[in-house]
Design a binder for this molecule. Structure first.
Ligand code: PLP
Length: 362
């Protein structure tokens, strides 16, 4: 257990109930922020200290802060949900805390104690509870992150870090939450290489994916499909989501974890729920050639992407320089819908949580 305690300095002038209500009518994703944030500092000499819940405000950074030059930065994403009894709950925050630690280790950063991470989430949800939407698709998206804050231009692990968590009231990630997405198979760009940082949740991975995302958008596609960097054959991930394939014999396939695949908590939850639902679950490599052939042969009935922000999003159409095929009738399939319902019901406290995933905040 860490002895880090959070000093609470409430916002002197939080927004009024009317202002908040107006902002939350149609919040979209990542645009509407709450009144507070959590911060904590690390120095090699003092360890983690100065943990606070305080008014959300711009950060002050020296222009020579290491993060601005060498991108030593990691983040997380998790949601707090309004529960049926009017309270709030987090979904598997310990899993995010553990992954944050592992990302820190990969990026040679000072890990934040996992209990302090979870406590930071609980504090922020509690103080900004009025910002948790009570709509069916709404939630409070928490964005913890850590940056290298040492003022030094030498290339080495920073000796100082700043941990921050902000919160955003969100609706659904895609405009049409019942629809499907069209994805673009990137031939030229890859997301992550063996030995690289693909399994760490670091901003640099996203920076590297944006050109591919722009290419996808220029072809009218919402997301990119990344193939493995070594052979350009195996389907690894979407831009920021893990990917699953459903077959007509009740098999569910997802690529196995490696150092080029981000270990999604939604992915892990879906694997568990699918096994319990009696699907034949396989974590096995799957090629773009097999995807094309299995769709043509009618063996593959659904494909979907998953992640905290977008939950489970069915893939309707796959395009690329060599490809343009539709999966089923390009509508949300029954397996994706069922798994989504199982997951969402646990997240919102509507069904029995046999796994200890549902963590009440108040
Ligand atoms: C965050 C992320 C995911 C999804 O992880 P969840 O824990 O399910 O939200 C998948 N892929 C990438 C690249 C990610 O950054």
């Amino acid at each position: 257990m860490s002895d880090l305690t959070f000093e609470i300095q409430s916002h002197p002038a939080p927004r009024s109930a009317e202002e908040r209500a107006a902002l939350m009518v149609n919040p979209g994703f990542g645009k509407v922020f709450t009144d507070h944030m959590v911060t904590a500092r690390y120095t090699a000499a003092r360890g983690w200290h100065d943990a606070r819940v305080e008014a959300r405000a711009p950060l002050q950074l020296d222009p020579a802060a290491a993060v601005l030059h060498y991108a030593q930065e990691i983040f997380e994403g998790l949601k707090a949900y309004r529960t049926v009894d009017g309270g709030a709950a987090l979904f598997r925050p310990e899993a995010n805390a553990l992954r944050f630690r592992r990302s820190a280790e990969r990026m040679a950063m000072a890990p934040l104690p996992e209990d302090a991470f979870v406590e930071a989430m609980r504090q922020l949800v509690s103080i900004d509870r009025a910002w948790i939407p009570d709509t069916p698709d709404g939630s409070l998206y928490l964005r913890p992150f850590m940056i290298a804050s040492e003022t030094f231009l030498g290339v080495k692990p920073s000796s100082e870090y700043l941990f921050v968590t902000i919160a955003s009231a969100v609706g659904s990630y895609f405009k049409d939450p019942t629809g499907t997405v069209t994805v673009w198979v990137s031939e030229h760009y890859t997301r992550a290489a063996p030995g690289g940082t693909g399994a760490a949740k670091c901003g640099g991975n996203y920076a590297a994916s944006l050109a591919a995302q722009a290419e996808a958008a220029s072809h009218g596609c919402e997301q990119v499909v990344f193939l493995d960097a070594a052979e350009r054959r195996y389907v690894e991930e979407l831009g920021g989501m893990n990917v699953f394939f459903v077959f007509d014999d009740g098999t569910l396939v997802t690529p196995p974890l490696s150092d080029s695949i981000l270990p999604g908590i939604t992915r892990d939850s879906v694997l568990t729920l699918a096994r319990e639902a009696g699907l034949n679950v396989k974590e096995t490599p799957y090629t773009i050639d097999a995807w094309r052939a299995d769709v043509k042969a009618g063996r593959l009935t659904e494909a979907f992407a998953c992640g905290t922000a977008a939950v489970i999003t069915p893939i309707g159409r796959v395009r690329g320089r060599e490809d343009d095929f539709t999966i089923g009738d390009a509508v949300a399939g029954p397996v994706a819908q069922r798994l989504r319902a199982l997951l969402v019901d646990i997240q919102r406290g509507k069904s029995n949580d046999a796994h200890g995933w549902f963590q009440k905040v108040f």
